[in-house]
Design a protein around this ligand. Structure first.
Ligand SMILES: Cc1cc2nc3c(=O)[nH]c(=O)nc-3n(C[C@H](O)[C@H](O)[C@H](O)COP(=O)(O)OP(=O)(O)OC[C@H]3O[C@@H](n4cnc5c(N)ncnc54)[C@H](O)[C@@H]3O)c2cc1C
Length: 422
């Protein structure tokens, strides 16, 4: 029996892959949430703005030949006995175990943070509670200008809330996109009516009526009035079970490139795992949908003693109101060296490319609507193929990036060291 703890994206991907790879033994997927695996990213987007959406869409294709044990929380693992215990006091045996418990929102530790009207977002119950509080004219203060904070801010703004974002750093989306791109996105959101307090430190939440939050006090003494406060200040891996079982844990369950933990029969994938990357020569913990899915599949392969692939390059998207952001690869934190192409108002949007040794290693792009995918998708192919490119050619907005991919593939096939589109 292969058991999987956590029925989110990574657990779902692993369960499906085990069957796809021909595993004929038992597969048991245990999940604390009562719903079958569903699309979590929708929770900060359409689910918040569309009250007619009763449930988030479930992940498809539906799992077959998998025993789903939903509404069940695992409370302890015994690696010696190869068993785990559930909150309804069952002891379940496994041969191999995969941990995919995801991450929990980091909690705000300030006076007043226990007041009513203070929200976090990870699961559908959180999203329902938040959605019930949003509406026309409601004053919403978002603490944290990261991806989830800006998605919630844009969603709330889109349905008529008065939204303020409080961010400690000087720019939003730190560590996610190039600063220049983040600045453009912030200005776009500001033009749509969201107020930004940058370089601002919240020091307490102020009580309004009857134990409800009434505002957010900043270090400057300013109080931003609020009916609702949303906290989006990052997430911590749910690794307590693994620590208690004696596995190596350090900001996530430490696993090798085969997704194997310090116990040979226990693997981990997704937001809970910190995975050794051959190519980067360090442990990496991603909080991204595509990484979770890829790692779930890789862990399934590894548990069947097929070799797992190296962790894929980071790859994420974010929808913030009418803005669509995509980020793939590395090297995007060094603003100075980036090649720029297009404009936010163009259909194909604005993209920044990171190039090392004439090879593309990263791309970040944003557009109104989904158009930027037409730049990011071919860029991803260029990153994967590692073909040489001419940086100057990239900046020409008339050049179809797909041509670079085709030329590069042709040059590689003919053994020609030629540079694509030079
Ligand atoms: C609101 C929101 C929006 C997002 N939007 C995007 C986006 O636009 N793009 C993107 O790339 N990424 C996005 N992400 C990140 C993405 O959803 C995660 O990276 C992905 O869900 C991680 O998958 P996972 O399987 O590791 O964890 P999860 O999907 O969190 O699943 C973990 C599951 O394990 C269960 N669990 C935990 N502990 C136990 C236990 N002890 N016993 C049993 N079950 C347990 C949990 O209840 C949960 O269902 C978003 C995340 C959130 C919260």
């Amino acid at each position: 029996v292969i058991a999987i703890i956590g029925a989110g994206c990574a657990g779902w991907a692993a369960a499906g892959a085990l069957r796809e790879y021909g595993f004929e033994g038992g597969v048991r997927l245990v999940g604390a949430e009562p719903l079958p695996p569903y699309e979590r990213p929708v929770l900060s987007k359409a689910f918040l703005t569309d009250p007619s959406m009763a449930e988030p869409p479930t992940l498809g294709p539906e799992l077959t030949g998998v025993e789903l044990d939903l509404g069940t929380r695992v409370v302890a693992i015994d690696p010696e006995a190869k068993t785990f215990t559930t909150d309804d006091e069952r002891t379940v045996a496994y041969d191999k175990l995969l941990l995919t418990m995801g991450a929990s929102p980091r909690r705000l530790d300030l006076p007043g943070c226990e007041l009513e009207g203070v929200h976090y977002l990870r699961e559908v119950t959180d999203a329902r509670a938040l959605r019930a509080e949003l509406g026309d004219g409601r004053r919403v203060v978002v603490i944290g200008g990261g991806v989830i904070g800006l998605e919630v801010a844009a969603s709330a703004n889109g349905i008529g809330c008065q939204v303020s974002v409080v961010e400690l750093a000087q720019e939003v989306l730190a560590r996610v996109t190039p600063t220049r791109l983040a600045e453009k996105m912030r200005k776009h959101h500001a033009a749509a009516g969201i107020e930004f307090h940058m370089g601002a430190r919240p020091v307490s939440l102020v009580e309004g009526n009857a134990l409800r939050v009434g505002g957010v006090a900043l270090g400057t003494g300013e109080i931003i009035p609020a009916d609702v406060v949303f906290v989006g200040i990052g997430a911590s891996p749910r690794s307590d079970l693994a620590s208690a079982a004696g596995l190596s844990v350090d900001d996530g369950v430490l696993v090798d490139e085969q997704l194997r933990s310090s116990d040979p029969n226990i693997f981990a994938a997704g937001d809970v795992a910190r995975v050794w990357s051959f190519s980067m020569r360090r442990y990496v913990r991603a909080e991204q949908w595509r990484s979770a899915e890829a790692q779930g599949r890789s862990a399934a392969a590894a548990m069947l003693d097929r070799s797992a692939k190296d962790v894929p390059a980071p790859s994420m998207w974010s929808d913030q109101g009418d803005l669509h952001l995509q980020v793939v690869g590395y090297g995007l934190d060094d603003d100075a060296g980036l090649v720029t192409r297009g404009d936010l108002e163009d259909r194909q949007g604005l993209a920044y490319f990171a190039i090392r040794d004439r090879r593309l290693i990263g791309v970040a792009g944003v557009s109104r609507g989904a158009g930027v995918a037409r730049q990011v998708r071919p860029a991803q192919a260029l990153i994967t193929s590692g073909v040489e490119i001419d940086p100057a050619a990239l900046t020409d907005p008339r050049l179809d990036l797909r041509r670079l991919v085709r030329d590069g593939a042709r040059a590689q096939r003919s053994g020609d060291a030629g540079v694509a589109a030079s």
